[in-house]
Design a protein around this ligand. Structure first.
Ligand code: FAD
Length: 496
C-alpha cells in the first residue's frame, strides 16, 4: 500500500507519519523518515514537489544570480586578457529557460527519491480534523477523529474529492507566502518573488521595497543586468539581521554600483502610472519622496501558511500565526509537529526547515537528535558581494554581556581574491575574550556563502580561536582569509 502516487479514495493504511507540504522541510522529513524505516505519506497540494524553495525561491534566484555573475565577468573579460568576444548580449528568454530546466531537473529528482524511498506521495490539500487520542489520555471524548494515538486527517484532491487519511504522527510543513503591503495585489507591475521570476523582459527600472535577503538579491541581480534599481527599506539599515559592519559595507558597495539606497524610509503609497508604478515614501529626514519605475518588487517578509489547515481544531498554539514548538519540533498538540517557514522563533530558511524535518522524524522514530540551535544557523545572501554569517553579531554578543574580542581581515590581503579579481569585503570574527570561544563569524566577500560552512562546523564542534589559528588552511584559497581573521583576534594576521 505504501508507494508513490496514491490515488483517491485513499487507503486505510495507518502511516507512522503524514506530512503536509512537499517543500524542503516536508520532503527532507519524508526521506529521512523513510530512511529510519517509518511508513511515510507526503501530502502536497501541487502536482510538483519542491515548494517555494525549488520553484520560486532559493533555486531559481541562485540560478539567475549565477547568470549575473557570468555576465559581470564578461563585462571585464579584457581584464583577464580575453579579447574578441565583442559586446555580449543577453538573451533573457534563454536565461529563464535555463532556470526552468534546473527546476525541472530537481522536480524529477524529488519524484525519483519519493519512489526510491517508497514514500506515499499524495496530491492533495491536508487539514487537521482534531486531536488524536493517546493511550495515556484519561477521557478521550467520543466522536473525535483520532483513536489511541492515531490521527485522522482530511485530504482534499484538486477535483474536490475528500478522503480521510490515518497516521500516528503529523508533520505540518505548509511553508509561507510573500506578504503584501496593505491595499496592494500582485500583478504584472507590482511583483512578489513569484511574478518577478518570470518577467518576459528585463525591466529598465525597479523599485525594491524591503532590503532583507530576498530584496537585496533581486536588487543585486537586476542591477548587474543593467536595470536602474532603487531600494526602499523601513529599518535604519539593509540586511538588518546581519552584523552592522556588513550592512554598512554592502550599502557602500551597492551605492558604488549605482543602486539608489534609501533606509529609514516608510512607503506611503504605491500607485500605477501610465508607464509603470510610482512609490511615494517618507525618507529618513521626514521628507516626502517619490520614485517612478517600470516595476516594483514587494519583499517585506513572508507570512506563515497556518490558516485553513485545521489548527483551531487542536491544542496547537500559534504566535502571530507561527506555530510554537518544543526542541523536537513537536507542537502543543501531542503527535503533531511543525517544521519550516511556519515555525515560531526560527529564521525562514530552507536549510533550517530541512534540519527541523530531520529532528522531528528522529523524535518520531525514537532516534537521537540534536535540537536546532538558533546561534548555529548559517545565513547566506547571494548578492554581489555575497554575505555568509553564523552566530552572534558584535552588538548581540556585547548585549549578552560577553567581553568581546573582534578579529577582522579584508579580502584585499588574500591572494586568491586577487586571482579572482574580487577584493571587496572582509571576514569578521566575534569571540569571547575569556575563553576564546567563537561567538559569531561574519563574511562579506567572494564565495562567502561557501566559506561560512567552515565557521558553522567549527562553532558546532565548539572550536576556539586558538585552535583555528593552528588549523592549516590550503594556499591559495579564500578560506585562508578565515585563518587570517582568527589571527587578527589576537592582532596576529599574517597578510594584513
Ligand atoms: C525569493 C526567495 C529566495 C530564497 N532564497 C533562499 C536561499 O537562498 N536559501 C534559503 O535557505 N532559503 C531561501 N528562501 C527561503 C526558502 O524558500 C524557504 O525557507 C523554504 O522554501 C521553506 O520551506 P518549507 O518546506 O517550510 O515551505 P515551502 O517551500 O513554502 O513549501 C511548502 C509546501 O507546502 C505546500 N502546502 C501548503 N499547504 C498545504 C496543505 N495544507 N496541504 C498540502 N500541501 C500544502 C505548498 O504547496 C508548498 O509546496 C528564499 C525564499 C524566497 C521567497
Amino acid at each position: 500500500m505504501n508507494g508513490p502516487g496514491m490515488e483517491f479514495p485513499l487507503s486505510e493504511t495507518i502511516f507512522d507519519v503524514a506530512i503536509f507540504g512537499g517543500g524542503p522541510a516536508g520532503y527532507t522529513a519524508a526521506i529521512r523518515g523513510a530512511e529510519y524505516g517509518l511508513k511515510v505519506a507526503l501530502i502536497e497540494q501541487s502536482d510538483k514537489l519542491g515548494g517555494t524553495c525549488l520553484h520560486v525561491g532559493c533555486i531559481p534566484t541562485k540560478a539567475l544570480l549565477f547568470n549575473a555573475e557570468i555576465w559581470e565577468h564578461l563585462q571585464h573579460a579584457a581584464d583577464f586578457g580575453i579579447e574578441g568576444i565583442g559586446a555580449p548580449t543577453l538573451d533573457w528568454a534563454a536565461v529563464l529557460k535555463r532556470k526552468d530546466a534546473i527546476i525541472a531537473k530537481h522536480v524529477k529528482g524529488l519524484d525519483f527519491l519519493m519512489k526510491k524511498h517508497k514514500i506515499a506521495r499524495i496530491e492533495g490539500y491536508g487539514r487537521l480534523t482534531g486531536p488524536a487520542h493517546h493511550p495515556g489520555d484519561k477521557d478521550p471524548s467520543p466522536g473525535t477523529p483520532g483513536q489511541d494515538g492515531v490521527h485522522s486527517v482530511e485530504i482534499t484532491a484538486a477535483s474536490g474529492e475528500v478522503s480521510p487519511l490515518k497516521a500516528k504522527n503529523i508533520i505540518l510543513a505548509t511553508g509561507s507566502a510573500a506578504k503584501m503591503l496593505p491595499g496592494l495585489n500582485a500583478d504584472e507591475r507590482i511583483l512578489t518573488n513569484i511574478e518577478i521570476l518570470s518577467l518576459n523582459q528585463l525591466p529598465k527600472s525597479l523599485v525594491v521595497i524591503g532590503a532583507g535577503a530576498v530584496g537585496m538579491e533581486f536588487a543585486s541581480m537586476f542591477r548587474t543586468f543593467g536595470t536602474e534599481v532603487t531600494i526602499v527599506e523601513f529599518l535604519p539599515r539593509v540586511v538588518p539581521v546581519e552584523d552592522e559592519e556588513i550592512s554598512k559595507e554592502i550599502t557602500r558597495l551597492f551605492k558604488k554600483r549605482g543602486i539608489d539606497m534609501n533606509t529609514g524610509a516608510r512607503v506611503e503609497k504605491v500607485e500605477k502610472t501610465e508607464g509603470g508604478v510610482k512609490v511615494s515614501y517618507t525618507d529618513s529626514n521626514g521628507n516626502t519622496q517619490a520614485k517612478e519605475a517600470e516595476k516594483v518588487l514587494v519583499a517585506v517578509g513572508r507570512a506563515p501558511r497556518t490558516e485553513d489547515i485545521g489548527v483551531e481544531k487542536t491544542k496547537i498554539e500559534l504566535e502571530r500565526g507561527f506555530v510554537k514548538v518544543d526542541e523536537a519540533q513537536e507542537t502543543t498538540e501531542p503527535g503533531v509537529f511543525a517544521i519550516g517557514d511556519i515555525v515560531a522563533g526560527l529564521p525562514q530558511l530552507a536549510h533550517v526547515g530541512a534540519m527541523a524535518g530531520m529532528v522531528a522524524v528522529a523524535k518520531i522514530a525514537g532516534r537521537k537528535f540534536r535540537p536546532i540551535r538558533r546561534d548555529r544557523i548559517p545565513g547566506c545572501t547571494y548578492t554581489e558581494p555575497q554575505i555568509g554569517s553564523v552566530g552572534l553579531t558584535e552588538a548581540q554578543a556585547r548585549e549578552k554581556g560577553y567581553e568581546v574580542k573582534v578579529g577582522k581581515f579584508p579580502f584585499a590581503g588574500n591572494s586568491k581574491a586577487t586571482i579572482l579579481g574580487s577584493h571587496d569585503g572582509f571576514v569578521k570574527i566575534v569571540s569571547d575574550a575569556k575563553y576564546g570561544e567563537i561567538l559569531g563569524v561574519h563574511i562579506l566577500g567572494p564565495q562567502a556563502t561557501e566559506l561560512i560552512a567552515e565557521a558553522v562546523a567549527v562553532m558546532e564542534l565548539e572550536g576556539t580561536v586558538e585552535e583555528m589559528i593552528f588549523t592549516i588552511h590550503a594556499h591559495p584559497t579564500l578560506a585562508e582569509s578565515l585563518l587570517d581573521a582568527y589571527g587578527a583576534v589576537d592582532g596576529m594576521a599574517i597578510n594584513a
